[in-house]
Design a protein around this ligand. Structure first.
Ligand SMILES: CC(C)(COP(=O)(O)OP(=O)(O)OC[C@H]1O[C@@H](n2cnc3c(N)ncnc32)[C@H](O)[C@@H]1OP(=O)(O)O)[C@@H](O)C(=O)NCCC(=O)NCCS
Length: 311
């Protein structure tokens, strides 16, 4: 890079330029590589939700790249959690690509993670060799595979009847926050209580959280979802087994009638995947969990998301 680029935190004033950058970078990349730019719509407005959510969770943690004149040409969403540092969407302005900007931004997050003694985690697209390579060159190791499934929920609900045991699923309440965090930590080895606090406090009006309880009252699954008009998406969530995952997913979709949305499910969760096909879902992308220090022995069925990233 010949010109000077500054790598600085995101501020409240960056909301609009960041939304424009995200929209432009995603449309450009997906249109030029896959002919799928239309997936991201024709307005940057919905993308203001990303800086809004991240700044509500962890003000000042995301990294931007700026030219000497102050133009934002890169962003890397990130935040520190109890057990790890999570990385969300990374984007470089199309005309600034290939100059190491994304690498610099992610490297800054990795420096922070090393300083904190925590692994860094993310979920990356398998259709996007640029980002897959960016992360693996920086030391991330791919793990579980997920399929992104697109579904339009009919106005009168899913064609399939509710799975048996659906009565185990209810809306989460404030007292569930530490229970969800404990449950995820026991199964997945990661903890992010602050996210659950943010979802249930719901100041942005973007979230709904379902929880499932076993007969003895213990948590055996939960599923959050973004219900904001700018982004309808299911996740994050974890379930102890496929039956519980299916109940949570059915209940979440049943509450999203007339909506078209994407959810990610583990490719290995064959019962959930087959049910989703039967409900009319179609694959639109593949993602892989990546970490600088994969958790060994993780259990359960995971539903990742991108808002906020849920690695
Ligand atoms: C993906 C994206 C962020 C990359 O940004 P960028 O600033 O152009 O990336 P960089 O210039 O920092 O280069 C990334 C690294 O990946 C490497 N790389 C890219 N493609 C590669 C390949 N096929 N094999 C090996 N390495 C590859 C580059 O060589 C570079 O590493 P190096 O500097 O050690 O050589 C950018 O294309 C973008 O914004 N895309 C749209 C948004 C998006 O899809 N984001 C990712 C998912 S959230």
């Amino acid at each position: 890079m010949s010109e000077t680029i500054d790598f600085t935190p995101l501020t409240a004033a960056d909301r609009e330029p960041i939304a424009r950058l995200l929209h432009r970078a995603l449309v450009h990349w997906y249109e030029s590589r896959l002919g799928q730019g239309e997936r991201f719509g024709d307005s940057h407005d919905p993308f203001t939700l990303f800086p809004d959510v991240y700044e509500a969770l962890d003000p000042g943690e995301c990294v931007t790249a700026r030219t000497a004149s102050g133009e934002i040409i890169g962003v890397c969403f990130s935040h520190e959690r109890e057990t790890h540092v999570a990385i969300g969407i990374v984007a470089t302005a199309p005309d600034a690509g290939g100059r190491g900007i994304a690498k610099n931004m992610v490297s800054l997050v990795l420096v922070k993670a090393r300083r904190l003694g925590k692994p860094a985690r993310l979920v990356s697209s398998l259709l996007n060799l640029d980002s897959f390579s960016l992360y693996t060159r920086l030391g991330f190791v791919p793990g579980a595979l997920f399929q992104d499934m697109l579904i339009t929920v009919p106005g009168n609900g899913l064609l399939a009847a509710a799975p048996t045991g659906i009565e185990q699923v209810r809306e989460a309440v404030w007292a569930d926050v530490p229970r969800l965090a404990d449950f995820e930590q026991a199964l997945q080895g990661i903890r992010r209580e602050k996210d659950f606090t943010c979802f249930i406090r719901n100041e942005i009006g973007a979230w709904r959280v379902l929880v499932s309880e076993a007969a003895d009252g213990s948590v055996n699954g939960f599923l959050a979802m973004s219900i904001h008009p700018s982004c309808t998406m299911i996740g994050p969530g974890v379930a102890a087994d496929e039956k519980t995952a299916l109940r949570l997913l059915w209940k979440a979709l049943d509450g999203l009638r007339d909506k078209t949305l994407v959810f990610l499910v583990p490719c290995a969760a064959t019962t959930v995947v087959r049910s989703a096909y039967a409900w009319g879902a179609r694959n639109v992308e593949l993602h892989v969990a990546q970490s600088t220090a994969p958790v060994t022995g993780a259990k359960g069925i995971v539903f990742p998301t991108f808002l906020p990233e849920s690695s």
